[in-house]
Design a protein around this ligand. Structure first.
Ligand code: HEM
Length: 128
């Protein structure tokens, strides 16, 4: 039986596993090309650990606006429906491969709702 996501080490393992998938995926790789540099990847993974630690365990360690860099990035590399679908399915797959339990479930459902808000904000930008 798998354990639940309990701490920052678990979150690190999750985001690292997830990013290996994103970087190996033909549809998604172009967004993440900067993270083929291992130093850039490590810094980014630490930001993602802070983000998820805050969402799952209310650590207060992430105080930025996570939406903003995506809206900016979309201007150069458009985010389409299939990108959201793949992002979410690879995220859920990564969670399910490694963990099970309440926090694992919460991570998947929060990812889904944040992605939905992101998709709506992006579609509003497109209609301006
Ligand atoms: C199609 C879907 C997505 C793509 C292609 C994508 C891509 C990226 C990229 C390229 C960055 C780095 C941006 C930069 O450093 O300037 C980033 C940052 C980030 N992403 Fe996403 N993302 C997606 C969806 C999401 C979702 C749904 C979430 C949350 C559940 C999320 C959470 C984050 C966070 C927390 C950061 C760090 C922002 C910061 O530097 O403070 N992403 N994303």
């Amino acid at each position: 039986m798998k354990n639940d996501i309990e701490n920052r080490e678990d979150i690190y393992l999750l985001v690292k596993t997830f990013y290996v998938k994103l970087l190996n995926d033909d549809l998604m790789r172009h967004f993440f090309i900067d993270f083929t540099n291992p130093e850039h990847l490590e810094i980014h993974l630490q930001t993602l650990v802070d983000f998820w630690d805050n969402i799952l365990f209310y650590s207060g360690g992430y105080r930025k606006n996570a939406m903003a860099p995506h809206l900016k990035l979309h201007q150069e590399k458009p985010f389409k429906k299939e990108h959201f679908k793949s992002w979410l399915s690879m995220f859920s797959e990564s969670v399910d491969e490694l963990f099970q339990g309440e926090n694992a479930h919460a991570a998947k459902s929060r990812a889904q709702s944040i992605a939905t808000v992101m998709e709506i904000k992006i579609s509003e930008l497109n209609n301006e």
